[in-house]
Design a binder for this molecule. Structure first.
Ligand code: DAH
Length: 382
């Protein structure tokens, strides 16, 4: 009897030590089989109780069952311990560090070609000492037209396909229809003066006046931004991007405009380019010009080395890129209280279309493709 109970307590001690030291749930399972399984020594002892002399059965059975129960509960406790620490370490292992690059690394995006072209123009002009300004896309008719020397009722207002977003959303057509209807009914209609209408700006030029209202001369600013016209074909989109330039100081001449355009166009199209101005008409400049850059594809020759007509400039040697001119004294008249006295200061202004430049530079045949957001198109211009 002494042997059996001693052995039982030995087994109990050995098993308790092993359970406490078990490094994982898998090892713990093995220990359970080893100490409490069908072939375990303790199991054999308990099973053999019947064969023991009757006076020993109680003592051996009691201590055997006690040890068995203790081992059961030790196994349970240790299992719980191991499970929670294993869960913790597997969570820690599987934790995602969201600051690491993906695996495989996700391709990094890139700026839209229009953004890149706009920024390139900004960089060139900042290099010439200009400041970059932005202005409202929803604009008063006053700034979009009136203060740019388009008097109310002036036909030049009609030459741009303007979106009207006036309070009450009156388009000019709707407005005159309403007036006519009211007139026919013998009613009085309070006419909405043109200046009170609200438009989506049709160009970035309104910022000329806003910039001059905010800053006395000298002023050297460029204004990149979105503009809107009711127009859509391969070279027009209802929304597009312009960069406006305005320089006003004493003794500014058309030669300064020519030199500035040349610098800008060389920055955009390459160092060998030339700039040319042709007479034109804009209400807010006098004189007004359109300006061209010598063709970068045929170097201004109009023909390619193989004798074919150049497709970029259509054989002309020059590519039209924008409008410009000397600021009309009438425009200064709207900001004369800010020190813009045409007897004292002169200035030039210019406007270019960013999409047009990107189309030319990168051979994009349809302007609308810039805004389809089709990655197959956009990814070609990284
Ligand atoms: N705002 C004109 C347009 O969108 C372009 C332009 C012409 C801007 C002459 C100018 C300028 O600043 O002087 O058609």
């Amino acid at each position: 009897m002494a042997d059996a109970t001693e052995r039982i307590s030995q087994i109990g001690k050995e098993a308790a030590d092993s359970i406490a030291a078990a490094p994982g749930t898998a090892e713990l399972k093995e220990l359970r089989v080893r100490y409490l399984g069908r072939k375990a020594e303790l199991t054999a002892i308990l099973r053999g109780i019947a064969e023991l002399p009757p006076d020993q059965r109680g003592v051996v059975g009691k201590s055997g069952n006690e040890v068995r129960r203790r081992l059961e509960s030790l196994l349970e406790e240790r299992a719980a311990e191991l499970e929670s620490s294993e869960l913790e370490s597997s969570l820690a292992e599987g934790a995602v560090d969201v600051t690491l690059p993906g695996s495989p690394a996700h391709p990094v995006g890139h700026l839209h070609l229009i953004t890149r072209t706009r920024r390139q123009i900004e960089d060139i002009m900042v290099g010439l000492g200009y400041t970059v300004l932005e202005g409202p896309e929803v604009e008063l008719d006053y700034y979009n037209f009136t203060a740019l020397n388009h008097p109310p009722g002036h036909p030049a207002r009609m030459s741009q396909d303007t979106f009207y977003v006036a309070p009450g959303s009156l388009t000019k057509a709707a407005l005159s229809a309403a007036r006519e209807a009211a007139d026919g009914a013998g009613e009085e209609v309070a006419a909405t003066p043109d200046e009170e209408l609200v438009v989506l700006r049709t160009h970035t030029s309104p910022m000329q006046v806003r910039a001059m209202e905010a800053q006395e001369p000298p002023i050297f600013v460029i204004v990149p931004g979105k503009v809107y016209r009711r127009d859509s074909d391969a070279t027009h989109s209802p929304m597009f991007t312009q960069v406006e330039g305005l320089a006003v100081a004493e003794d500014i001449t058309l030669a300064d405009l020519q030199g500035t355009l040349l610098e800008m166009l060389r920055g955009i199209f390459g160092p060998g380019r030339e700039a040319r101005m042709r007479p034109h008409y804009f209400p807010f400049t006098e004189p007004s010009v359109e300006f061209d850059v010598s063709c970068f594809a045929c170097d201004g020759a109009g023909t390619l080395p193989d004798g074919d007509r150049c497709g970029i400039c259509k054989g002309v040697g020059w590519i039209e890129v924008g409008g410009a001119g000397m600021v009309d004294p009438n425009v200064f008249g709207f900001v004369s209280d800010k020190g813009y006295d045409p007897e004292r200061v002169q200035g030039f202004a210019f406007g270019i279309g960013v999409e047009r430049i990107a189309m030319l530079r990168y051979g994009v045949p349809d302007l609308r493709r810039f805004f389809d957001n089709d990655l197959r198109m956009l990814e070609q211009f990284t």
